[in-house]
Design a protein around this ligand. Structure first.
Ligand code: EPZ
Length: 432
């Protein structure tokens, strides 16, 4: 296995580039199953999750060619003859569940494994299933698989209201609705930038969707979607992560330039909280310039749906709060148990405790290097952040979690002056 070894304390300077969005690329890849011809998606990050999803898609008989060097994926579903997503792959990545809507839309049939729980607790898929049933799908459970079919091979379409609003379920229902026989209406649709970009690609393929970017989507099913070449958007969570890194580890007064960024996708709550910390934040075209202040001011946050504070930046924000001079709170409203990083951060000297759905953080304590373990993607990057500002050496183990969502993080951080390297290790070796 790999770990990241970080010797903390280097002031970071220079320029760092944001890659293509993971959480947008995945639904774009699912959409590529709908037309009868080759679809090309550009600016796709070279990540474990993209490789996993490529394998999920390939199982169906679809041709998938992911070129990591050029960040381009080509998908040609003309040979799709097996509308299935097996447990062995779905269990590795929940977003594989997008195959349910994609296969139903494409072939009128799907057999997709139910994803299990996840590292921080239950993540149900009931809304995906109810939404597809509302469009007219017959759905049964069979030995851990969801087996779905459209009467007469094509869904009639229908109306569904999400409560709560769900990114993944909105995407799944849209994948099936765009080629239904009749019209559909989705109420309380997710408006996260990933969903909006996904709708734009569907529209480019000829889908008829009204209300993109709003809570109500009206869809008129079409007989055929056409193949396209589409460019994926920049990763907003990677941008937010780099902004936090610049604020806590940048040389005070000297801006770090974050390139290929689209800060609008971060949402107003994050930007506002970020400015309140006293960090400098300027936008120059597609670059964001962040200047670390002499003293960081504590800012309480509460996660929320877009444009609220993204849950995927909550763990990283906790590290920023630990570097302030006061006490603060983080409240989670999307995934109430998403605090697996806290016990590991505590091992590094961060004084944070979980009380219900909140974390109380006491700023100003020394952060010390330690051997720590990743439990999920955003938890693991928060440990890297802590390592960058810690005294001494931090070993972030089980870094495969990080590789799901951050491409070459150690390379990008080394370029701006961090002392960080990837090292192979034996998880079960006795201590030296
Ligand atoms: C997406 O997950 C992202 N994943 C997550 O990012 C992100 O944390 C999340 O949206 C929230 O923004 C991908 O895009 C691949 P939801 P998703 O359905 O779609 C409840 C990362 O770190 N719910 O919008 O699974 C659910 O429990 C990942 O990159 C139901 O009750 O999230 C949650 O409370 C982690 N029933 C809320 O809705 C359902 O059927 C929102 O979840 C579905 C969801």
């Amino acid at each position: 296995m790999d770990k990241l070894v970080i010797r903390g304390g280097n002031p970071l300077k220079g320029s760092i580039q944001v890659g293509g969005s993971k959480n947008t690329a995945l639904p774009l890849m699912a959409a590529a199953l709908l037309p009868d011809g080759p679809v090309t998606i550009e600016n796709v990050p070279a990540l474990r999750d993209i490789n996993t999803f490529s394998r999920v898609i390939a199982v169906t008989g679809t041709r998938v060619d992911f070129q990591a060097e050029t960040h381009t994926v080509s998908i040609d579903a003309r040979g799709l003859d097996r509308p299935e997503a097996p447990y062995e792959l779905v269990k590795r990545m929940r977003a594989s569940f997008y195959m349910l809507g994609a296969l139903l839309g494409r072939t009128g049939r799907a057999r997709v494994s139910l994803p299990g729980g996840c590292a921080w607790g239950p993540r149900p898929v009931d809304l995906h299933i109810k939404g597809l049933e509302a469009l007219g799908a017959n759905i049964e459970l069979d030995e851990g698989y969801v087996v779905a079919s459209a009467p007469g091979g094509r869904l009639p379409g229908g109306k569904f209201r999400f409560s709560p609003s769900s990114v993944g379920a909105t995407i799944n229902v849209l994948l099936a609705a765009v080629s239904a026989r009749g019209p559909s209406r989705i109420e309380n649709a997710a408006i996260e930038p990933d969903v909006v970009e996904f709708c734009r690609m569907l529209q480019a393929m000829g889908a008829r969707i009204q209300g993109v970017g709003t809570r109500v989507l009206e869809i008129e099913g079409v007989d055929r979607l056409k193949p396209v070449t589409y460019r994926n958007s920049p990763d907003r969570i990677e941008l937010g992560t780099f902004m936090i890194i610049a604020a806590i580890a940048g040389a005070p007064g000297i801006p770090i330039t974050i390139t290929s960024a689209d800060p609008d996708r971060l949402g107003s709550a994050f930007i506002e909280a970020f400015r309140q910390t006293g960090s400098g934040f300027e936008v120059d075209g597609s670059s964001v310039l962040v200047t670390a202040p002499e003293i960081l001011i504590p800012v309480n946050i509460e996660t929320g749906e877009y444009p609220g504070f993204p849950t995927d930046l909550q763990a990283q924000w906790t590290v920023l709060l630990a570097r302030t001079t006061g006490n603060s709170k983080v409240r989670e409203t999307i995934y109430l148990d998403r605090f697996k990083h806290i016990p590991e951060l505590r091992r590094m000297g961060v004084n944070a405790i979980v009380v219900g759905t909140e974390v109380a953080i006491e700023g100003g304590n020394k952060i010390q290097g330690a051997k720590v373990m990743s439990t999920d993607l955003r938890a693991s990057v928060s440990l890297v952040l802590a390592g960058l500002v810690a005294d001494g050496e931090t070993h972030v183990q089980r870094v495969y979690h990080l590789d799901r969502g951050y491409e070459n993080l150690e390379g990008k951080l080394s370029n701006i002056g961090a002392d960080i390297e990837r090292v192979r290790y034996d998880e079960w070796a006795d201590p030296e």
